[in-house]
Structure formats: structure tokens, C-alpha cells
Write a protein that binds this ligand. Structure first.
Ligand code: HEM
Length: 429
């Protein structure tokens, strides 16, 4: 490592260029470079293509960058911008503030109650599918089932439209687009041409839903959907063009289904490896409880935070915990590594849902599956509610036995298991 001491603060330690060149040549994933740079007690990073990137993992550093420094350390250009356009995830400054203000109230604990019937309806349809699979003795693909569920809940909440199979295929093709996006932090990349057809089908679905909703809206009808809220806004705020409404819907669709689906899949992967914990959560859910299932989800999100890397950028000279951050530096907040800090999480690699709820308050910045600070997840309550509903209902009624391991973790734009998760499900007697 090369470090530099300067009078007004210490510069972070940077990996030597040879290490970075060797990593680049190896084609290894970014997490390998981050692990290489990670040095507890120091602020470390690396330089690539003339840009400096600093790794942020210690809870107090995370708190300084995302929490109290949330307005100074900004998003540079979201990696998914070619897909999401100017939606809330990639928007910045005043545009972001007003977009967030518009939808915030719909996603509080109270706000999401308006969509409870969508969540219970979508839960029931997966339970029916598993009952059918159990009757026929056919295996099921858990990853696919939970994905149908999360697309179903978010699409209904966004548009008030039910999700049929054809719509699902168009909407879920978004995962091919997401998979084609770079996991790396070099700013927005162009979308590769092979995903053009998927993007066109997605846009067509979204714009058709928008046109239908507008007709109903003009007729004075309309449900409590996000789309209606956006159409209301468009009547008074010219910023809400059809393009921005499309971007917001696609953003909420992508942000809203992918992470919840992967988290549910990871929960089954982990429970499958720990049958006693699966039975405990199942017994609690069957007795009408939700605490054990919530603890399983919280611990799953600790070990596999789907938002494993949250990049920020420092437009001006700054300090983090006394370390000097020159203007132009990227800051790579990495919840995946933070959640494995042994000072906060003893035996960090062990799946132990008993850690939750935490007995003592956690240090600020120590646990952030939904981010922290002003850009924290809009859909936290929605996600926890839908995941708890489905996981509880499935565990209470079925035993689950996977037929092949799901494979290694893939550190893409999201953290996901490499393969499908095939399982046999049986009715509990
Ligand atoms: C397990 C499920 C989920 C996880 C782990 C998750 C995680 C996250 C994280 C880590 C961020 C912060 C990104 C950053 O700081 O760079 C975020 C932002 C966001 N999430 Fe989620 N999310 C989940 C579900 C949802 C759902 C269901 C929705 C929609 C209803 C949603 C909508 C959003 C939006 C709109 C943002 C951007 C907020 C902003 O920039 O103001 N998420 N999410």
C-alpha cells in the first residue's frame, strides 16, 4: 500500500498499481479488489484509470458518508441510468428532493396499508401454486416463484393492474437488462444492443399502463396507486412529463421487485442449510407469530445485502474521520463488508437470526441493508411487509427441500445467487 501524510490530514492508503493491474488482468469481480484493499482501522482504496476510489466499511465512516454527509457525498451517475432515466434512484439535487417528497407518504408504515390486499392476494396465489406442486409431487423453482410474487405486488401497487403471465414476461425481462449493466462504478454505461428488445417491450407495457390510467384519471376514476399520484402531480407540475412518469415507474418496478425477490431466495438458501432454524420460524409463523420470520429476514439481509455496494462521489475536498478525501474521489460504501465486522457481529459468517432484534442499539452505520441517510430505501416498509407475508405463509404450510444448491453469490449490480433454487415442497401434516 502507498500512503501519504499531509499536514492537513492523512490521505487514505492506496493499493499499489501492480496489484490493481493484476486484478484487472485476472477478470476477477470487484469484491475481490475490495477485499484486498480492506484493512480494518485504516481508510484504504485504489486508483484505476486516473480515478481514486476509497472503500468505506467501518460503521462510523459509513455514518459520516451516507448519514451526516448524505448531502455532500453524492451519487455521481447511477450505473442503471440508461434503464432508469431520471427516476428517483438516479435523480439528484432539487429534482430528487421533490420526487421523493411526492411519494414518501405512500411508503410509510401507514401508507403501505392501502396495498395490503395486493400483498395478501399475491401471497395467496404463490401458496396455491405450491399446494398444486405438492399435490403433483413436482419440484418448483423458488427463485422464479418469489420473483413472480414481488413483480405482482409492486406492479399492482404502482398501477392497480393485475399481473397476467404475458405482462409478467415483459416486466421480468427487466432482469436481463439489469444483468447487462455493469456492477462496477465507472458511472452510467450504455445498454448493450442485445437488450434493446426487452427494453422496448418493457417501455411498451409501462406506457400502455400510463395511457390507460390517464383515461381513467380523466374520467374521475382511479385507485390509490402510485401512477395516479404521479398523474395528479402532472396536472400542476410540468416536470412530470410522460417520460419522467415512465422513469419513476420503471425505477420503482426495478428497485421494488429485484431486491425483495433475491432476499427471499437467499432466505430459503440459508434456511435450507439450517433445518432447525427453518422449523423454528415455521412453528412461529404457524402459530400466527411474525417475530421469527422477521429475524430470519433481518439476518438474511445482514449476510446478503442485495445492495452490497453503494457508490458515492465527493465533488469537493472533504474529510472522513480525519482522513483527507480530495475532490473527485469515489467512495465505495460496502454494506457486505460492514455487515461482517467482527467487532459488531461476533462470528460474522454464521447465520444466526437470534441476533435480531438487537439487544443493544447498534452503532450508527453498522447495519444498512436499506441504506441510511437521505437516500435510504423508499420501500423499506413495503419490502419487509411483503417478504414477511410470503415467507411466513410458505413456511407455515410447507416443508421445503432443495434438490440442488443455488450456487455462489454473484456480485453484480445486485447480490444474487448464481443459479435457480429448485426444491420439493410438501404440505405439513
Ligand atoms: C429487500 C428489499 C430491498 C432492499 C434490500 C433495498 C435496498 C435499497 C438500498 C440499499 C437503497 C439505497 C441505495 C443507495 O444509497 O445508493 C435503496 C434505495 C431505494 N429503494 Fe430499495 N430496497 C428494497 C426494496 C425496495 C422496494 C420494495 C422499493 C419500492 C417500493 C424500493 C425502492 C427504492 C427507491 C425508490 C430507492 C431510492 C431512494 C432515493 O434515492 O431517494 N426498494 N433500496
Amino acid at each position: 500500500m502507498q500512503s501519504q501524510c499531509v499536514t492537513d490530514g492523512m490521505l487514505p492508503d492506496f493499493l499499489d498499481d501492480g496489484t490493481v493491474t493484476a486484478w484487472t488482468a485476472s477478470g476477477a469481480p470487484l469484491i475481490d479488489l475490495l477485499r484486498r484493499a480492506h484493512t480494518p482501522g485504516r481508510l484504504t482504496g485504489f486508483r484505476r484509470g486516473g480515478r481514486a476510489a476509497v472503500l468505506i466499511t467501518e460503521p462510523r465512516h459509513v455514518h459520516q458518508v451516507l448519514g451526516v454527509g448524505g448531502d455532500r457525498f453524492v451519487k455521481r451517475s447511477h450505473r442503471a441510468k440508461p434503464l432508469l432515466g431520471d427516476g428517483m434512484l438516479s435523480a439528484t439535487g432539487e429534482a430528487w428532493r421533490s420526487q421523493r417528497r411526492l411519494l414518501q407518504a405512500m411508503f410509510t408504515g401507514r401508507g403501505i396499508q392501502r396495498w395490503e390486499h395486493h400483498i395478501t392476494g399475491a401471497t395467496a396465489s404463490v401458496v396455491d401454486r405450491w399446494a398444486d406442486r405438492a399435490r403433483r409431487g413436482e419440484p418448483t423453482d423458488i427463485g422464479e416463484d418469489v420473483q413472480f410474487f414481488t413483480v405482482d405486488t409492486i406492479w399492482r401497487s404502482l398501477t392497480d393492474h393485475p399481473l397476467d403471465h404475458e405482462r409478467y414476461v415483459d416486466l421480468a425481462a427487466v432482469q436481463d437488462i439489469v444483468a447487462a449493466l455493469p456492477a462496477d462504478v465507472g458511472g452510467a454505461a450504455a445498454l448493450p444492443p442485445e437488450v434493446g428488445a426487452a427494453l422496448a417491450a418493457l417501455d411498451d407495457r409501462v406506457l400502455r399502463a400510463l395511457a390507460e390510467a390517464r383515461t381513467r384519471h380523466r374520467g374521475g376514476a382511479g385507485g390509490p396507486s402510485v401512477l395516479h399520484r404521479l398523474l395528479d402531480a402532472a396536472e400542476t407540475d410540468p416536470a412530470y412529463t410522460d417520460r419522467l412518469i415512465r422513469d419513476e415507474l420503471v425505477t420503482l418496478l426495478v428497485a421494488g421487485y429485484e431486491s425483495s425477490a433475491r432476499t427471499l431466495t437467499w432466505a430459503f438458501v440459508l434456511l435450507d442449510r439450517h433445518p432447525a432454524l427453518m422449523e423454528r420460524a415455521a412453528a412461529d409463523a404457524a402459530a400466527g407469530g411474525s417475530a421469527a420470520v422477521e429475524a430470519v429476514l433481518s439476518e438474511t439481509l445482514r449476510l446478503y445485502p442485495t445492495g452490497w455496494l453503494l457508490p458515492r462521489h465527493s465533488p469537493a475536498d472533504e474529510f472522513v474521520d480525519g482522513w483527507r478525501i480530495p475532490a473527485g474521489t469515489d467512495l465505495l460504501v460496502c454494506p457486505y463488508l460492514t455487515h461482517r465486522d467482527p467487532d459488531v457481529w461476533p462470528e460474522p459468517e454464521t447465520f444466526a437470526p437470534d441476533r435480531f432484534p438487537a439487544r443493544a442499539p447498534l452503532p450508527p452505520g453498522a447495519y444498512l441493508p436499506f441504506g441510511i441517510g437521505p437516500r435510504a430505501c423508499l420501500g423499506t416498509r413495503f419490502a419487509m411487509r411483503e417478504m414477511e407475508s410470503l415467507l411466513g405463509a410458505l413456511l407455515a404450510r410447507f416443508t421445503v427441500e432443495t434438490t440442488a444448491p443455488a450456487g455462489e453469490a454473484v456480485f453484480g449490480i445486485n447480490l444474487r445467487p448464481a443459479g435457480p433454487l429448485h426444491a420439493r415442497v410438501r404440505e405439513r401434516s
